[in-house]
Ligand binder design. Structure first.
Ligand code: ADP
Ligand code: MG
Length: 317
């Protein structure tokens, strides 16, 4: 079978209206008669694919909303309303649902948005959580994936690889790596920063499938390429500690999924401006590369040699 993105472009893109932006962006966007555009995004979480059956229901609820918020804020939008689709095995206990709703409530408070509806059904399969989130952005100011320019700098917020390394720690019974495990369980997309870079960033996407894959999505949508520098990639102290003893895990920094940070491009010369904005918003921003003519993403090591990227990132097919 064709890959996830080929399937979408073959069978679903032809069905999309102009608001769908060709189904190559993090969200759809449509205008209203007000001064704001509405952006809409949807992400599903499926048991044994996006979370583990034994994960705490509260954590799953928080994460289900946070991963949608991540797409919304990568568009420079402010989260507004969301709809919750739930398919649960009919032996799911009420305790699970109580804890799950508490997790959603926590994320609502963190990201300032409210539930507006949904649908609930019993199934025999694994738990499926589907959230559709609506956000608001000043008219014409959504930061798209398709508007990167050759010569732009590439930046990323936060640190990379923590969540993928956290999942590795959970699977390998290393509960002491609490910072990494927290990154896997509780994504913290840079909520205010996304809105602060409107008007400065040319293009943006959230990092959910892995850095290389998501810069690849920007590059493909914009008809450009990018060069990224391995030694510029932001890595947390917790991640370094693990990577020192397990260097074979390094590729998780650039291909591991679940970061829920924002990667964006902007004209060169804005590094100080972005650092100042990030500092004020208690986030971190790193210049990691540049947009090039051509296509594809190249990762260079500190000697300028190409790092072989074996897996581009997460894809479902
Ligand atoms: P993201 O990771 O940012 O949520 P995806 O990689 O899941 O985005 O999807 C890329 C694009 O394809 C988005 O515009 C999304 O809306 C669209 N898409 C994904 N799956 C489907 C589908 N089953 N039907 C219609 N559009 C889809
Ligand atoms: Mg996205």
């Amino acid at each position: 079978m064709a890959g996830e993105f080929d399937l979408i472009s073959t069978y679903f893109s032809p069905l999309a209206g102009p608001e769908g932006l060709g189904l190559i962006d993090d969200a759809a966007c449509f205008s209203t008669s007000s001064s704001e555009d509405i952006i809409v995004t949807k992400d599903m979480l499926v048991e044994d694919v996006h979370f583990r059956g034994q994960d705490l229901a509260k954590m799953i609820g928080y994460k289900a909303l946070a991963v949608n918020i991540s797409d919304c804020i990568a568009k420079g939008a402010k989260p507004y309303l969301y709809w919750l689709g739930l398919a649960l095995p009919n032996n799911t206990g009420e305790d699970w649902i109580r804890e799950f709703s508490a997790g959603l409530n926590g994320a609502q408070a963190t990201f300032d948005c409210k539930l507006a509806g949904g649908d609930t059904t019993a199934i025999t399969g694994p738990k499926v959580i589907s959230i559709t989130l609506m956000g608001k952005v000043p008219k014409g100011q959504m930061i798209k994936r398709s508007s990167a320019m050759v010569g732009d700098d590439v930046y990323v917020t936060g640190t990379l690889g923590d969540a993928a390394l956290g999942l590795w720690c959970l699977k390998n019974d290393r509960p002491q790596a609490s910072g990494l495990i927290a990154a896997y369980q509780k994504p913290s997309p840079p909520v205010a920063f996304g809105q602060a870079i409107r008007g400065l960033a040319n293009s943006s996407a959230d990092v959910s499938d892995g850095l290389i894959a998501d810069v690849g999505h920007i590059a493909k949508a914009s008809g450009v390429g990018a060069v990224l520098h391995q030694n510029y990639l932001p890595v947390s102290a917790d991640a370094y500690q693990l990577l020192e003893t397990h260097p074979s895990l390094w590729p998780k920094v650039w291909t591991g999924g679940d970061d829920y940070q924002t990667v964006f491009t902007a004209p060169s010369g804005l590094q100080n401006e972005f650092s100042r904005l990030a500092e004020g918003l208690e986030t971190r921003v790193s210049l990691i590369g540049e947009v090039t003519a051509g296509q594809g993403i190249q990762l260079l090591d500190q000697d300028g040699q190409t790092v072989q990227v074996t897996s581009g990132g997460y894809a479902h097919f």
